[in-house]
Structures are given as structure tokens and as C-alpha cells.
Design a protein around this ligand. Structure first.
Ligand code: FES
Length: 190
């Protein structure tokens, strides 16, 4: 009877090994799908990301201020539309010198721009088209296509600004009062 227990033990072990293999296989499938490009790239563990090239200029504040391209030059709407496809996102200098994403539509731009400054520690967040997200390269925060935070450590969504077109045809951004009121409310609570 002792040997009977022993021979029963071996298939048990084999079954367990087999089960482990099945578990590994089941878990591996979603992992492979994830590797297919639907996720944000791995964060750089605190190192600044590739989008961090953008120079910060002073200024901004009050009402609608024209955005600047990488050289600080005004950005005419016509030129922008000619150079972008639907749902392109490109950095411009916006309010207070922060980098903002303008978002193209088939024949213009969206009525809001998204501040590219991560609400965690201020890295510039690149837009990752394949993931349809803004992915912070510093500590892995993620924001959806509208800047809403979907993964921490970022505590807040990306700031927004209203976009408009000035009389001279150049694109401008202005503060988003609803969001400002919200931020002030949060500060009061602190
Ligand atoms: Fe830390 Fe963006 S700065 S996640």
C-alpha cells in the first residue's frame, strides 16, 4: 500500500506541473496582446523623456494669447490645417510658456488644447498614437486622449486651455475658467 501512495504521488506532481504550464499559457496570451503595441512604452525611471526638448518661454496669463511654434513664431490656423491630418497632436508654446498639444480635426482644430505637463512632477508627456494615450516617460502616468488621468502616480488630469483663432488668423489659447475654479477648490481643501 505504501508503494501505491508513492505511485499516486507522481502523477499528482505531473498534474501540478501541467496545471502550472496551463496557467502560464493563459497568462501569456494577454501579455502578448499587450506587447502588440496597445500600451504606453516603459517609463524611463525618472529620466526625462524625448519630448522634453521643448523650450519654455515666459509670458501668457490673462486672456487669449497666440501660441508659438518651436521657434516662438505665431501659428496661422491655415498653415496648421494644411500640415496635419485628423487627430494629429503637436506641441506649441501656450499659456505661461507651458507646452500645449493642439489637436487637429478634419478641417480645423479642437476647441481645447491639452497642457503637456505631467501633473506628477512636471515631465512633458508624449502623445503615443498606438496606445491612444499620453504616456509619461518619467514614472509611467497615463492620460487618455482628452488628458484625463487613467493611471497614476499623477494626481490630476492634464490641464486644458480653450483654443480660438485671432483676427489675424493665428491660433490662440486662453485659460479654462471651469478648470481653474476646480483647481482653486482643491487648493482650498488642502
Ligand atoms: Fe512622474 Fe509624470 S512626472 S509620472
Amino acid at each position: 500500500s505504501g508503494s501505491g501512495e508513492y505511485t499516486g504521488f507522481v502523477p499528482d506532481m505531473q498534474r501540478r506541473v501541467l496545471m502550472n504550464l496551463i496557467v502560464v499559457a493563459v497568462c501569456a496570451v494577454p501579455a502578448l496582446v499587450v506587447l502588440g503595441g496597445q500600451v504606453c512604452p516603459t517609463p524611463l525611471n525618472g529620466k526625462r523623456g524625448p519630448a522634453d526638448f521643448f523650450p519654455k518661454l515666459g509670458g501668457g496669463g490673462g486672456g487669449a494669447s497666440p501660441v508659438g511654434d518651436i521657434n516662438g513664431a505665431a501659428v496661422p490656423l491655415k498653415k496648421w490645417v494644411a500640415g496635419h491630418k485628423d487627430n494629429d497632436r503637436e506641441l506649441v508654446q501656450g499659456l505661461k510658456g507651458d507646452a500645449y498639444y493642439l489637436i487637429s480635426t478634419p478641417d480645423g482644430i479642437k476647441d481645447f488644447a491639452i497642457n503637456a505637463t505631467c501633473t506628477h512632477l512636471g515631465c512633458v508627456v508624449p502623445w503615443v498614437r498606438s496606445a491612444n494615450k499620453f504616456c509619461c516617460p518619467c514614472h509611467g502616468s497615463q492620460y487618455d486622449e482628452n488628458g484625463k488621468v487613467v493611471r497614476g502616480p499623477a494626481p490630476l488630469s492634464l490641464a486644458l486651455a480653450h483654443t480660438s483663432v485671432l483676427e489675424d488668423g493665428n491660433i490662440a489659447v486662453s485659460p479654462w475658467p471651469e478648470q481653474k475654479a476646480m483647481e482653486e477648490g482643491q487648493q482650498k481643501n488642502v
